[in-house]
Structures are given as structure tokens and as C-alpha cells.
Design a protein around this ligand. Structure first.
Ligand code: FES
Ligand code: FES
Length: 159
């Protein structure tokens, strides 16, 4: 049964008439047209569908939209500030940390969440945090380097 679910999405209030049990991933991609969030496995194993909820990385394929009522959700479409890319986005571009790009939105958002929690992560902490995000193109080495570079560019601070 449909209910009214309100949330803040990419900085703007959104009001939806939706089954609260519908996966957030479907709401984002199919109801709202935010296709930057990718469908990979649909079972919580690949990280392609990662978004931020209250600043922390979550897998939107496993999350019911009702669970984010009243919360702040950020997708890759909402990460830049106007034309200014987020430092993690810039670092991915500068380090060529992608090939096909399918895993990239989830990788970037997981990295943003990591740097929010651990502004100066060690390489081991980066690997440990990112290993659940799969990249079939094998860009992991460049992804790790990009995250190290972003941490430096952010001065160990948060954004
Ligand atoms: S699509 Fe959500 S973890 Fe794979
Ligand atoms: S860049 Fe292709 S899946 Fe990671």
C-alpha cells in the first residue's frame, strides 16, 4: 500500500507516494530518474548501488524507502556543489580511477563516507573499506591512489 514518504534528497525536500517497502534503489532509478546509482547484484554484494544516508554509505538495493523517511540521502548526482566537483570526484578523474565507470558512483560515495569517518585513512583502512565495492575492470589500484590523493587534497578535513 502506498504511503507518503518524505526525505531530503541531494539537498532538496522530496515527497513521494510510494510503497514504503520498495527498495530505495528502484525509487531513485525508476521513480526519480536518478540513474547514477547503479544496479549490480541487487543482493548487497557489489556496492554499485551505494548512496549516502545521513552521510554514511549504505546499499540502496537492501534499504526500503520507508527506512529513509525524514533522512538526508545523497546520490552521485548531488555530490558536486554546482559546477565544483567534490574532491573525491576530482581525484578519481585525475587518477583515471575508472574504466567502464559502472562501479564509480558507488566507489566515490563509499570513499566520501570513509573520509568523513576517517579523514586520514591508512592504505589498509582504504583497502578494507573499499573491498566490498567490486570493480570488474580491475581499477582498484588507481581507485586506492585516488582516495589517498583526495584525503590529502581535503587536508584530512571533512566536507
Ligand atoms: S546492487 Fe546493491 S550491493 Fe549490488
Ligand atoms: S570501472 Fe568498470 S566496473 Fe569498475
Amino acid at each position: 500500500m502506498r504511503e507518503n514518504v518524505q526525505l531530503k534528497l541531494n539537498g532538496k525536500p522530496v515527497s513521494l507516494e510510494v510503497d514504503p517497502g520498495r527498495p530505495l534503489l528502484w525509487v531513485l532509478r525508476y521513480d526519480l530518474g536518478l540513474t547514477g546509482t547503479k544496479y549490480g547484484c541487487g543482493e548487497g554484494h557489489c556496492g554499485a548501488c551505494t548512496v549516502l544516508v545521513e552521510g554514511s554509505a549504505v546499499r540502496s538495493c537492501l534499504l526500503r524507502v520507508g527506512a529513509v523517511a525524514g533522512k538526508e540521502v545523497t546520490t552521485i548526482e548531488g555530490l558536486a556543489r554546482g559546477s565544483e566537483l567534490h574532491p573525491v570526484q576530482k581525484a578519481f578523474a585525475e587518477h583515471d580511477a575508472l574504466q567502464c565507470g559502472y562501479c564509480t558512483p558507488g566507489m566515490i560515495l563509499n570513499a566520501v563516507s570513509l573520509l568523513r569517518n576517517i579523514p586520514r585513512p591508512t592504505r589498509s583502512q582504504i583497502i578494507e573499506t573499499m573491498e566490498g565495492n567490486l570493480c570488474r575492470c580491475g581499477a582498484h589500484k588507481r581507485i586506492i591512489e585516488a582516495i589517498e590523493s583526495a584525503a590529502q587534497a581535503m587536508g584530512g578535513g571533512q566536507r
